[in-house]
Design a protein around this ligand. Sequence first.
Ligand SMILES: [Zn+2]
Length: 306
Amino acid sequence: MSDKIHKRMQDITLGVNDTPIALPKSVFVQATRANRLSIVGTLVNPRKQNMKAQINHLPRVWGMEDTVVGRIVDAWKFQFVFQSEESLNLVLRHGPWSFSEWMIVTHKWIPNMSHSTMKSIPLWTQIHGIPSQYLTLEMVNVIGRSLGHVSGVDFNENATRINYVRVRLDWNIDHPLRFKREFQFRHNESAILSFYYERLRNFCSICGMINHEKKECSLRFDVGEDDDDAPEDNDEDNANHGADHNDDGNQDDENPDLNENDNVKMEKKKIMKIDARLIASISCLSEAFSEKYFSLILDNDMSAET
Ligand SMILES: [Zn+2]
């Protein structure tokens, strides 16, 4: 019988109901002390990120290959052990970090770290487009909180020139990123604000999730043969990205060789594609989020009809 079969035979519950074995408190305290100077994290796209390669790579990026030890904790989690609090904080301060062009989650280790903490990445987010007459610290906070949990604000009310404000959002990696949202400041006075996520790497430009690429998106709709021309991987630069970005690689220019009917057909195809994606995007949002989104669309439709 092979070792493999012998090993599998032992995968049974015999003994699980025996009296629990109490471990000495001193050992527990020592383990806590050993972990105190460490960062734990997960990969957001394990299909594209090799855990072992990442463990070796990041300490070199930090210039700490001789002092930081990385190890794989389980299939989803890794840990970096530091020699000093200063170097650990330095790494966290310069995050969030990425590997193979995809984000990774990193947090300072604490006992009993919650599952939700391991799902969040602190993202400094630039908010562009707040009308200057409404630009106050409280307004920035309110807008930031409408996007997610705010753990920091970078805004000086006394600055002489402000192009944008920054908020640090603890972004849940299970939620889709949004890049433009309409905000109503007063009745009949609204503005579309744009968001730029600093240090963000690849994301799906169809649904906004950061854990898969566009070609793996379950919301991808193939509504025409021309989709075969779409690029394989088009997780474009965040700086150039927006909700209105034409990300499918199709040319916007009309083809002069096509007759009028062909042009109309192409135009309809484009509209169908946009509508399908819009509906699909809504369906993947959380319930509360989609309610707000639906009401915005309904408001827009009603105002367009009047
Ligand atoms: Zn997607």
